[in-house]
Design a protein around this ligand. Structure first.
Ligand SMILES: [Zn+2]
Length: 185
């Protein structure tokens, strides 16, 4: 095998891996949209278009738990007409994880990590729930401030549904969709 062949094989391998990850992420996002639509049938059309918001923003989101938590929080905000730009609990977890690898976390940051871990519905067996309660008792206010600041800093500027256009067809089926009305005649 020449260098070129090896490079090409490696490139194909990387592309295959990347596509597999992207398809898995899209399948998870689709499943979470279906679940949210079953819970909120009146907003099914809105949720259908929310797929564009559910892009993983961190390599750790390749794991199902974090991506599902990320999707669920954003879909909850969509249904409640809340801002979808600020960081999600899953995104805050990813950042806390990255920082913890580089430097010891401050006490409020540990409290934030535990709060976001719990908020994301990640396995409670991975954290000391007594320790988490201890942080909340002693530092709730500082954790509140840190959470607000971190979510703001992690905001994704174009993660919102303000410019949706719809052909009136979802998954190949004609539907009644609030975004299709502008195309009506
Ligand atoms: Zn639509």
């Amino acid at each position: 095998m020449t260098h070129t062949d090896t490079d090409l094989a490696e490139l194909v391998h990387q592309i295959t891996d990347t596509l597999a990850t992207a398809f898995t992420a899209m399948a998870i996002a689709d499943e979470e949209i279906d679940r949210a639509a079953r819970e909120h049938p009146a907003d099914a059309d809105l949720l259908y278009h929310a797929l564009t918001l559910l892009v993983p923003t961190h390599s750790l989101m390749a794991t199902g738990h974090l991506l599902r938590a990320h999707c669920r929080e954003l879909l909850r905000r969509v249904v409640n007409a809340e801002d979808t730009r600020p960081g999600t609990a899953a995104e805050v977890c990813c950042v806390c994880h990255d920082i913890s690898l580089a430097t010891p976390l401050s006490s409020p940051a540990v409290g934030l990590y535990m709060r976001m871990w719990t908020a994301a519905g990640l396995p409670s067996t991975a954290i000391d729930t007594g320790d988490a309660a201890h942080h909340e008792t002693l530092e709730a206010e500082r954790i509140d401030e840190l959470e607000a600041d971190t979510r703001r800093r992690l905001a994704v500027a174009d993660r919102h549904l303000s410019a949706v256009s719809c052909t009136g067809s979802h998954h190949g089926r004609t539907v009644s969709c609030r975004f299709a009305e502008v195309h009506g005649d």
